[in-house]
Design a protein around this ligand. Sequence first.
Ligand SMILES: *Cc1c(COP(=O)(O)O)cnc(C)c1O
Length: 462
Amino acid sequence: MNKPARNLNIAELVAQDTAHHFHPFTDHKSLHAAGGARMITHASGVNIWDGAGRKYIDAMSGLWCVNIGYGRKELADAAYSQMLDLPYYNTFFKTSSVPATELAAKVASLLPERFQRIFFVNSGSEANDTMVRLIRHYWALKGKTYRKTFITRERAYHGSTMISASLGGMVGMHEQGGLPLPGFTHVRQPHWYDFGGNMTPEEFGLHAAAEVEKRILEVGPDNVAAFVAEPLQGAGGVIIPPSTYWPEVSRICKKHGILIVADEVICGFGRTGKMFGHETFGFEPDVVIMAKGLSSGYMPIGAVAVSETILKDFFDLGGEFYHGYTYSGHPVACAVALENIRIIEEEKLVERVAELAPYLKQKMETLLDHPIVGEVRTVGFIGALELTNDKKNRGRFADSGRVGTICRDHCIASGLIMRACWDTMVFAPPFCITKEEIDAFAKLARTALDLTHADVKAEMVG
Ligand SMILES: *Cc1c(COP(=O)(O)O)cnc(C)c1O
């Protein structure tokens, strides 16, 4: 597929976009200075095309979501026939629809036995808001209104609403809108590259887990509602915790009776080589947050799974949960998510990620010889390259994020989409990527790194 479905006047569209589209996560001044947005017009497999007809390898699967790859007609067909049958109906007030029912059963079947019931939402942010209301209400029903505080991590990303941004640990986001709200506290992220010092990663994992316990004790174990975390931190820079971290955090939370919430918005549905990230990292959450991979981004949908142990109390202690969205369990979104999961299972895409993960790792590790690459880490089909000014001492360039942005722009100019999280280059390619496409990806990444290195050197000379 080398053309979009209709003819487009790109220059006019870009002007219109600049005039009328208020973009999320965008510095509008620099967008205007750059002459407007890159207009993405169509996509197929692992490739996207822009308005100038330039083709890119999308090594980010959109925003970590197009896991099955672009252009799957089956999902379009599922949406089309569902729209004809029933385009919309709600799931409030003792009503349901066929796709919402089937998707709830399907998602429950993929999760561990203790998860039997699924609450639907439209995004990861809404899933996290739902989770906070639900857990606080759960503790209140049990007469423990004081169990209100959520412990999360710095540089965590849990969404953009007031609650989900409070859960998140992004300082820049907190500075806008008076966040975090009361009742959210953040501990340091388990990022060995930055904070490990002379510890081995395994020692550092235990050290980072001990910081979680220290915070629990500071807040008072009885005041803690839950520990909320991504199995690996995505937008924080693909921070893959050392193997010792999760088992120890798990032990600590159990010891203090604290619930564990796994935000599987990125990890869920196969990204780490198992269906869920908590399986890869070895812990047992009480609540699972899902979005992105649930529909491979083809429709907006998210979900919250809550263990039956919590729900039993929740239901027994009774009353209505005054919470829900007009589009909770939207039939079209659910039909598309069902088709997405059917493809993941039928084409054994999770197994494919597990099988090809060593190849992706090996190819990306060939970049370790590069003068500005300090570390390469991957698990499954997600990973990161640390840009460094000092390979031996895991150094960082001055003015965090500046060199990352230079590298990101060189990637784009070379035909590759990688994202910069400060000076960490991150990638999460679609599960359908082939070995040849992985080779091409690594080659384009090296080109971008060479150009970035040349820029950095020129700066030092000049
Ligand atoms: C993207 C993301 C979210 C937010 O999801 P939205 O659909 O953008 O609201 C939440 N948690 C994690 C881990 C994410 O990566």
